[in-house]
Design a protein around this ligand. Structure first.
Ligand code: AAO
Length: 512
């Protein structure tokens, strides 16, 4: 009996760190700003067949409609109510998406914006995505309802009411982030309203949450609403399954609020990961790929089972948030594919792939004045659907990095090597590196300015393998490079420094 209770307790304790993906599905993709109807289709036609574990969706709740600038992407980070009603679709469409994605084994994770409501200067009226009335000036959000009592105004001690210093833990939690009205999360009433919203989503069938601006809430207050959450819907999840939690805490070091303070609640977004990997692959500050030998905790990152990792996110791909100029994005496609390839091959962390829309970048004095551009839209402000080209890429400025062959095939690679150890590391003391995942996969990078020409131990069984970066295995032949592994597990690799993609990846499911 005691053993059973102990086992049950251990199970519950670990639950919020588990993504609730189907076995063998190890990554999620952020389909930034996509409509629910398009995500449902994408789950069925692409994500399930290629083994994606789930989708992080943009905030589904009602938000303020911003017209100056014209419908920026960031208006969705200014809640007006918890009605499921946004540019991505209404509640019926949201339910249809969750059902259809779950039915093909692809999970949905909701970006939960619960630290605050809209900006203090948002005015009053019904300029919200569902037409709910609000008055930011007197803190009135009748569609929740929240009133002046539910905000932190009285507690913030800065003259401006804003966070003025990231060195003061009280300002960070009690003052406004970019003018956003800060909810008083210590109040049981506020926690209950947040939990009611998240439970509504859980009951529909979502598998977990990104907790936006978690840094700006006390860890204990987050726990306060997480403890009120239901178990996941047993139509798709085992009984007792808990929602996956990953908290957005930007911790690049040097601030008193750290990611580790939040591990008790769930995973934490590891921002050092993309910032450092970008620096290494760009070869800035004397960094080189051979230093990646002890990548992960060895670089001062969160424990692997507490980290949610990514190369770029919707903020730092356009200069918001943190990470700086080193962050690699689809704009630097060649280096970006290497970075994402490295991330997906390496065992550290739970991986999230970014899927973006293109916007007209316009740098003035080093700053992109178009960083606010919303998703591809019609004249009336509605979001365009995602057209699929005959070659399987996306049209209308939807970048669909997750459909790039190199990235999609590395999502498959990560699934194939799941559970295998990091092994057979090789480097040339510079920017040529290689490593394996036990006896199931091997990857080689050439980020130097000269050719790579090496005979390396792969750990793989003998045979002919298709490189999944330059091509695919198709009808028992390779459409790209072929690699022959001999009986001792060794193989010859040659990678030109001017190759379109200077890396090669092989795994046992791409063996002829
Ligand atoms: C918009 C307008 C504002 C206006 C406001 C209200 O742009 O001008 O005042 O509406 O009307 C998004 C947009 C915002 C937008 C907001 C609401 O990014 O521009 O404001 O929607 O529409 C902090 C937070 C972090 C947050 C990040 C953007 O800690 O939580 O700022 N990310 C999330 C979302 C994001 C969203 C929100 C939160 C709000 O992902 O999309 O905002 O819901 C330091 C701190 C970080 C801090 C950054 C930026 O970082 O450590 O915690 O992030 O500053 O303020 C070095 C340091 C690094 C430092 C960095 C930048 O890299 O090492 O630590 O420099 O200084």
């Amino acid at each position: 009996m005691r053993v059973l209770l102990l086992l049950a307790a251990v199970g519950l304790c670990g639950a919020q760190y588990n993504a609730n993906t189907q076995p063998g599905r190890t990554s999620i993709v952020h389909l930034f700003e996509w409509r629910w109807a398009d995500i449902a289709l994408e789950c069925e036609r692409y994500l399930a067949p290629y083994g994606f574990g789930g989708v992080q969706v943009s905030p589904p709740n009602e938000n303020v409609v911003v017209t100056s600038p014209n419908r920026p992407w960031w208006e969705r980070y200014q809640p007006i109510s918890y009605k499921l009603c946004s540019r991505s679709g209404n509640e019926d469409e949201f339910r249809d998406m969750v059902t259809r994605c779950n039915n093909v084994g692809v999970r949905i994770y909701v970006d939960a914006v619960v630290n605050h409501m809209c900006g203090s200067g948002a005015g009053y009226g019904t300029h919200s995505t569902c037409g709910s009335y609000f008055n930011a000036g007197n803190r009135d959000f009748p569609a929740v309802p929240y009133s002046g009592w539910d905000f932190n105004d009285g507690k913030c001690t800065t003259g401006s009411g804003e966070i003025e210093s990231y060195q003061d833990i009280y300002q960070i939690r009690n003052c406004r982030l970019s003018g956003l009205l800060d909810l008083a999360m210590e109040k049981d009433y506020v926690r209950s309203k947040v939990a009611e919203y998240l439970n509504h989503l859980i009951d529909i069938g979502v598998a977990g949450f990104r907790i936006d601006a978690a840094k700006h809430m006390w860890p204990g207050d987050i726990k306060g609403f997480l403890d009120k959450l239901h178990n996941l819907n047993t139509k798709w999840f085992s009984s007792g399954a808990r929602p996956f939690i990953y908290q957005e805490v930007i911790d690049l070091g040097g601030e008193p609020v750290t990611g580790s303070q939040y591990y008790g609640n769930g995973r934490v977004t590891e921002f050092k990961y993309g910032a450092k990997l970008g620096t290494v692959i760009r070869r800035w500050n004397g960094e080189k790929m051979s230093y990646l030998k002890n990548w992960g905790e060895g670089w001062g990152f969160a424990p692997s089972d507490r980290a949610l990792v990514f190369v770029d996110n919707h903020d730092n791909q356009r200069g918001h948030g943190a990470g700086g100029a080193s962050i690699l994005t689809f704009w630097d496609a060649r280096l970006y594919k290497m970075a994402v390839g490295f991330m997906l091959a390496h065992p550290y962390g739970f991986t999230r792939v970014m899927s973006s829309f293109r916007w007209p970048r316009n740098f003035q004095n080093g700053h992109d004045v178009n960083d606010w551009y919303g998703p591809p839209s019609n004249w009336d402000g509605s979001t365009k659907s995602v057209p699929i080209n005959p070659d399987t890429t996306c049209g209308d400025d939807w970048v669909c990095e997750h459909r790039w062959r190199q990235i999609r095939n590395m999502v498959v690679f990560r699934n194939v090597v799941d559970g295998e150890p990091f092994s057979n590391w090789w480097d040339n003391n510079s920017n040529q590196v290689a490593f394996g995942r036990g006896s199931k996969g091997f990857i080689v990078f050439n980020n130097d300015d000269w050719q790579l020409n090496e005979y390396l131990q792969t750990g793989l069984p003998a045979g002919t393998y298709c490189d999944v970066i330059s091509g695919d295995k198709d009808n028992n032949r390779c459409t790209g490079i072929q690699v022959n592994v001999s009986g001792d597990g060794k193989a010859h690799f040659q990678i030109s420094n001017s190759a379109e993609d200077p890396f090669i990846a092989i795994h046992i499911n791409a063996k002829l």
